[in-house]
Ligand binder design. Sequence first.
Ligand code: SAH
Length: 342
Amino acid sequence: MKKSLIGKNLDEFSDLCIELGLENFRSKQLFNWMYRNEVNDLTELKNLPKSLIEDLKIGHCIHPLELINSTNSSSEKTNKFLFKTQSGALIESVLMNEKNRVTLCISTQVGCALDCKFCATAKMGFKENLSVGEILDQYLLARQKINKPITNIVFMGMGEPFLNYKNVIKAAKLLNDPNGINMGSKRITISTAGVISKIEEFTKSKEKFKLAISLNGTTNEQRTSIMPINIKNSLDELLNVARRYTETVNRWLTFEYVLLKEINDSVEDAKRLLSMLAGMKKCKLNIIPYNETDGEFRRPDKDQIENFVIALRPAKFPITVRWSKGTDIDAGCGQLATRNQV
Ligand code: SAH
């Protein structure tokens, strides 16, 4: 299998230059071709000698992913992209068009190991981690296809980003690199189901990207019943690391809360949420009315959602309700699962 050039950082391009017996300034050229000039074929690398291109071609390719299909939702506000990895696995990304914002939701793993009961990706089980190149290429290929700038990236597609931590952080750094894609760190959000050790690592290394935590429950019992990760990463500990995060980095933290009918949608839940998040510095709460998949879970009725939101009114922190886009093409949160395997 050929190694992809997309996914390498400048140091890795330098190593490649040593391997191929080239002067180091070539590493910068290769970096630019990949992330600034967005080339698709090695022959497009015009400032490189032909012999070098021939050498490169033997063991390397540019893109680790192949675009298999893209769909538009009826509202034309959402596009879903299906990609094939080099190992033959299928992954999805979703593009959401709003007024001034074009957000791409990207995958970090094939399948997922966490088994959240309400999530379609969980049904696939865990298949493999995506490489740095496979994470990044979802952005590069989607961008070419839509032919307009993507303003925001959310790591909220298939998989648990913090169980593929090293590759996710490396990909985020490449997206952010001012010499390359140059997407601002505040426009890059990583969402975790609550892997405590990795939230600690993220805090300690003071990563500048935005963090979101999927809370989804207000008691341990309730959260464990829908998110088995809560057995080893309990609610109290999760809130403690979240608090330490906001105090250490002084950045906004988003809590996501998927609203599930008769599971976590009562007024008592809303009140518990208020007290859980009361002392938290700089946090936001994002309520996501459930997008139904083939499972047993349901979205609460409009009245219930409204009651829940009304009960949250005393909150001192900002609250948003996210009506997912693209649910008609199964591109809403938690609806990503690749049925057609190659
Ligand atoms: N594993 C990461 C990122 C993927 S899920 C995480 O858990 O954060 C992204 C968000 O979608 C999470 O907040 C998750 O709880 C939510 N979600 C999952 N399935 C959903 C569904 N069917 N409807 C609405 N939101 C869902």
